[in-house]
Design a protein around this ligand. Structure first.
Ligand code: SF4
Length: 313
């Protein structure tokens, strides 16, 4: 018997829904019509619904028992949902989310389980068994909690005879002497989320008031140049920035930062509104993203657009 209640779904725009089995981590991207069928009790829908459920079951979205990942080496902990920024594309905060912080016991239970499962990849290079990324919202809003997690996590790793590294993904706006000193003393690495020079960064990365945020990065760089230059930069690439990647890379190089990574815009959380606005206007050009979109008139066989198990590595 299929248990539809074990699934959570998020409308990701463009006629698609992200569907995940909360127990197994198996997920699929399906057309809106598939979601209607899943919840339908109409007799006329019985056959297409059965076919859809069979298809999802075959992909493990239903009835797949929880099996711990065999190659876990990274744990992302959301320290807090709160953020002092109000980026227009923030994927993190859903409309009905509360601005909650993680409890220390929850964080430690997650690290404990991850340490039991983790082992360093066999690449010939030196890796910690487990890398813990302290994420948000803006995690430095709870730096008191971060200190406890890092100290306790290292103690726990020692008990397991394993190695653990900790890093913080931050906007750096609250960086202060205490954070810098603790990080040097406890080998805490940092990543900064930034989109490029002010005219690019401040398009989306803004305060709740709508004011741009580049000046906060500038202040941190001026006050703690050596510390900030060791941070890796993470840029969110959107249709507004995709044509400026070289300019962005050069900007961070000129700031003295040596590591630059990027990830693609995801239409989740607040960002869903942006995606919805874009999907109501003709696309500027066709993108690979657009090829995932299915229309409700498609047969069941094409309603499951993509499915994979959530990756933890
Ligand atoms: S994307 Fe912006 S608003 Fe969202 S958590 Fe990061 S800094 Fe905060």
């Amino acid at each position: 018997m299929v248990n539809v209640n074990s699934l959570s779904s998020v409308d990701v725009g463009l006629g698609k829904t992200f569907l995940i089995n909360r127990t197994s981590g198996r997920w699929a991207v399906v057309a809106h019509e598939a979601m209607r069928l899943l919840h339908s009790t109409e007799t006329a829908d019985a056959e297409p619904r059965r076919a859809l459920l069979e298809q999802l079951a075959a992909k493990g979205v239903f009835n797949a028992p929880y099996s711990p990942p065999a190659n876990l080496n990274t744990l992302i902990l959301k320290v807090t949902k709160k953020c002092n920024y109000g980026c227009k594309y923030c994927y993190d905060l859903e409309a009905d989310d509360a601005w909650i912080d993680i409890k220390l016991e929850t964080a430690m239970a997650a690290i404990d389980e991850a340490l039991r499962l983790a082992h360093a990849p066999n690449t010939g290079l030196v890796h910690p068994d487990l890398g813990v990324i302290l994420h948000g919202g803006e995690p430095t809003l709870r730096f008191d909690l971060i200190k406890q997690i890092v100290i306790e996590g290292r103690r726990l790793a020692k008990e397991y005879g394993k190695t653990v590294s900790f890093s913080v993904q931050s906007n750096l706006s609250l960086l202060n002497d205490d954070m810098v000193q603790f990080s040097y003393e406890n080998d805490l690495a940092w990543g900064v989320s930034m989109d490029g020079p002010p005219e690019i960064n401040d398009k989306f990365r803004v305060l709740h008031s709508g004011r741009g945020t580049y000046s906060y990065f500038d202040r941190a760089l001026e006050k703690y140049p050596d510390f900030v230059r060791k941070c890796g930069v993470m840029t969110t690439v959107t249709s507004a920035t995709e044509d400026h990647l070289l300019q962005i890379a050069r900007h961070f190089r000129d700031c003295g930062l040596s590591v630059w990574k990027w990830s693609l815009f995801q239409s989740l959380g607040v960002a869903r509104k942006m995606a919805a606005r874009r999907s109501s206007t003709p696309p500027r050009r066709s993108t690979p993203h657009g090829t995932l979109c299915a229309t409700p008139s498609r047969p069941v066989s094409s309603m499951v657009l993509k499915s994979v198990r959530c990756s933890t590595t």
